[in-house]
Design a binder for this molecule. Structure first.
Ligand code: MTE
Length: 328
């Protein structure tokens, strides 16, 4: 099995780094560390410089279609919805760059004729078209809180359907224990893929029990429209009780397996980004506290809640787990 090992001096970038550190890192990239990365890549421009080359002028904005769905009021977020502009312009999508402003490059994401492969331990492996899938599920709107391990948070009206409905359609074998999500890796439009020290494609995983939990959601829209590319068009995971990096964007494959997967961030830095990654204000990330969070839109700082406030729905799943690093 390929195990990705980063050199010790190479910090993972901003999705997982406080902003002050990121700013410092950018300065460094212009200097000695930048030269070191260039050296690793054999004299080609540093990864950051390559992203800059790809970004170019803002692309034409992707067309978003109106999407109507009945609101499911069961999960009242207890705080104001984040302004759409804030949630759709401050993004983590490393395939398009390590900054938050991936809006322009992400517009190039080709989302037409999208398909999702369902494979591994299923009755019959197959590929399902996005449009075909939507005919087999009922869409609803859920307002969920989203908490990034970087300590920013947002509250978003997602439109989608329970992940459990997809699992049922996939017909997994009784022996399947985990669900693995693989996201799109399109070299033509995604400059980040040229940073070869990342273990592309971006993958994430949950247990079958987590996948069947009532909160686990596949989102295809937000704010009454189809998902914008920068937020993970056309289909992404939304797991509100876990840190945001678990919510994989632009999914192209869903696999069932009996082996726990090593996910993207785990492969980079397991000590900092574990498999479970459940939100807990009492368990700090090795490099910074998780006690409070900054709300996108007004920058208000508020206390973080264990399980991101969704303990009633999820805590029981972890009650008897021994020896697992359940948080961060
Ligand atoms: N999915 C992919 N494919 N690539 C990414 O870089 N970033 C993750 C997650 N899903 C990421 C991803 C992280 S770190 C977070 S916090 C959320 O997406 C951010 O989602 P948002 O940009 O819609 O707020």
């Amino acid at each position: 099995m390929f195990i990705h090992r980063r050199p010790g001096w190479l910090l993972p970038a901003s999705a997982v780094t406080p902003e002050a550190l990121v700013t410092g890192r950018r300065k460094l990239l212009g200097g000695a560390l930048g030269a070191a990365i260039g050296g690793i890549a054999g004299g080609v421009p540093s990864a950051q410089a390559q992203w800059r080359l790809f970004s170019g002028p803002p692309a034409k904005m992707a067309t978003l279609a109106p999407l109507a769905a009945k609101s499911n009021g069961k999960y009242a977020p207890g705080r104001a919805t984040t302004p759409e502009k804030a949630a759709t312009t401050y993004n983590n999508y490393y395939e398009f760059g390590t900054d938050k402003d991936v809006l322009a490059p992400a517009q190039a994401l080709p989302t037409e004729k999208w398909t999702i492969k369902l494979d591994g331990m299923v009755k019959t492996p197959r590929t399902i078209g996005y449009d075909d899938l939507l005919k087999q599920v009922s869409l609803e709107e859920r307002i969920y809180r989203h908490r990034c391990v970087e300590t920013w948070a947002m509250t978003v009206p997602w439109i989608g359907f329970p992940l459990a409905d997809l699992v049922k359609l996939a017909e997994p074998l009784g022996s399947a224990k985990y669900v693995v999500f693989t996201t799109v890796a399109d070299e033509k439009t995604m400059p980040g893929l040229h940073a070869s020290f990342y273990p592309w494609p971006y993958t994430e995983g949950v247990t079958m029990e987590e996948a069947m939990n009532e909160l686990a959601f596949l989102s295809v829209g937000m704010y009454g429209k189809t998902l914008p590319p920068q937020n993970g068009a056309p289909i992404r995971l939304t797991l509100p009780w876990k840190y945001g990096f678990k919510s994989a964007k632009s999914i192209v494959k869903i696999s069932f397996t009996d082996k726990r997967p090593t996910t993207f961030w785990q492969a980079l830095q397991d000590e900092e980004y574990g498999f479970w990654a459940n939100v807990n204000p009492g368990v700090p990330h090795p490099r910074w506290s998780q006690a409070r969070e900054r709300l996108l839109g007004n920058d208000e700082m508020v206390a973080t809640q264990i399980w991101n406030g969704y303990g009633e729905q999820v805590a029981a799943m972890y009650a008897n787990m021994k020896g697992e690093r359940l948080f961060v």
